[in-house]
Design a protein around this ligand. Structure first.
Ligand code: TMP
Ligand code: ASP
Length: 235
């Protein structure tokens, strides 16, 4: 399938129509942003790494019974995906305190949580993706109670599958963000990407950060960290 009409440009990806109205091409860019796009830059070859990592992880999740938008990787930067209407919540799952949770509750990074913490953040950069709860989601009609139950069930399943997978690659899955969408107006499926842009990954032995925090916090060796995650995941 080939790219037809360009339809959307996000911070890290572009979307194009194809000859099939239910199928899009998702193109991964090297652009990187942080802090609601107030910090901007590029990470060399990030698009290629995130395309390959997302392919690998979506394939694994499909095998575990989680439906995703992934159909097929086409080349270095493009994958075929099912066209969905994104639910405007960033679904965040945390196993270890870091980032936003450390800041919100003035906690040290690295505290191991007694159970995974699932959060909804309303997807709106201008408002800094505010934390909202189940009632906000249902009362504002962002998702129905039934849809919310499905999203919760899939998110915990994704966490269990990915914790185990990354552990086998000597990586700790600290936290991650998922996005879901409705395919053909109804079926809730996992969409977007799963990559070091959307997951915090620490080396199991040294606790070195191997994710976008290297860019957010100017830690250096950003491209190398992405390449290292790809190398381990593909090994
Ligand atoms: P946070 O601690 O900044 O809330 O981030 C939690 C996880 O979500 C982390 O793995 C990075 C990811 N994330 C995104 O994918 N997009 C975002 O816009 C933000 C803020 C975080
Ligand atoms: N990608 C997000 C942004 O640019 C934030 C982040 O991942 O830190 O706002």
């Amino acid at each position: 399938m080939e790219k037809r009409k360009f339809i959307y440009e996000g911070k890290a990806k572009r979307l194009y129509e194809t000859d099939d109205q239910d199928i899009l091409i998702q193109e991964f860019k090297d652009d990187a942003t942080a802090f609601d796009a107030t910090k901007r830059g590029t990470i060399g070859n990030k698009g290629i790494v995130n395309n390959k990592l997302s392919e690998k992880i979506f394939t694994l999740l499909e095998k575990k019974g989680i439906p995703t938008h992934f159909i097929k990787r086409l080349n270095d930067r493009d994958m075929l995906v099912k066209r969905v209407k994104i639910v405007p919540i960033e679904v965040t799952m945390r196993n270890i305190v870091a980032g936003g949770m450390a800041k919100l509750l003035a906690l040290d990074e690295g505290i191991i949580l007694k159970k995974p913490v699932l959060e909804w953040h309303y997807k709106e950069d201008k408002l800094h993706d505010p934390l909202i709860n189940d009632d906000h989601v249902m009362a504002l009609g962002i998702a129905t109670p039934k849809e919310l139950e499905i999203i919760k069930k899939y998110s915990y399943k994704v966490n269990e599958a990915l914790k185990k997978f990354f552990d086998s690659k000597n990586l700790i899955l600290v936290d991650f963000k998922l996005e879901f969408g409705r395919y053909k107006g109804k079926t809730m499926i996992l969409a977007d990407e799963i990559s070091p842009d959307t997951c915090r990954l620490w080396d199991k032995t040294t606790k070195e950060k191997l994710d976008k925090d290297r860019f957010r916090r100017d830690l250096g060796n950003v491209e190398e960290a992405y390449q290292e995650v790809l190398r381990r995941v593909m090994a």
